[in-house]
Design a protein around this ligand. Structure first.
Ligand SMILES: [Zn+2]
Length: 161
């Protein structure tokens, strides 16, 4: 068999991978591969290599991409949780102050009523009332300050590394 026939067989095989072959070319290639073990062997090993190439890079980068995406998502979730946590604390603080201010007259009336019933001295009632009103807000503010100090400490550690 002449060298050009083998070249034509290889060329047709390459063409079949890219754009497909006409029925006549496919028939010619099949006939040549039946008769020519050299071309058949070469094409078989090329097919094997292509299978391996398409099997490996597809599975590895997609896995890698998924893992990277997950890591990014976790990181985003982490920072979202941190800011959501401090936002929540600020909301609690604000709500506690607002609730304290809004409910103060009502609560004071309740204290006054209890004081009148139990015949308690007014200064004692007043200090208990102020205590009741201020302490939850102070606790909330302390929690916010603590949280900010904690996250600032984390940030400083992260920057050093
Ligand atoms: Zn051949």
């Amino acid at each position: 068999m002449s060298e050009t026939l083998h070249q034509r067989a290889q060329q047709l095989f390459a063409q079949s991978l890219v754009e497909g072959l006409s029925r006549a070319d496919q028939a010619w290639l099949d006939a040549h591969l039946r008769d020519c073990s050299a071309c058949a062997g070469e094409i078989a090993s090329t097919r094997e290599l292509l299978r391996a190439l398409t099997a490996v890079p597809v599975s590895v980068p997609s896995d890698l991409a998924a893992r990277t995406q997950m890591r990014v998502r976790l990181r985003l979730q982490e920072s979202a949780q941190t800011s959501a946590g401090s936002a929540l604390l600020w909301i609690i603080t604000a709500a506690s102050w607002l609730l304290g201010v809004l409910s103060a007259p009502l609560v004071w009336r309740g204290f006054a009523w209890v004081g009148a019933q139990l015949n308690l001295p007014k200064p004692l009632l007043e200090s208990v009332f102020v205590f009741w009103w201020v302490v939850p807000a102070l606790i909330a503010v302390a929690a916010v300050i603590h949280q900010r100090a904690m996250s600032n400490g984390d940030g400083a550690r992260g920057n050093r590394v």
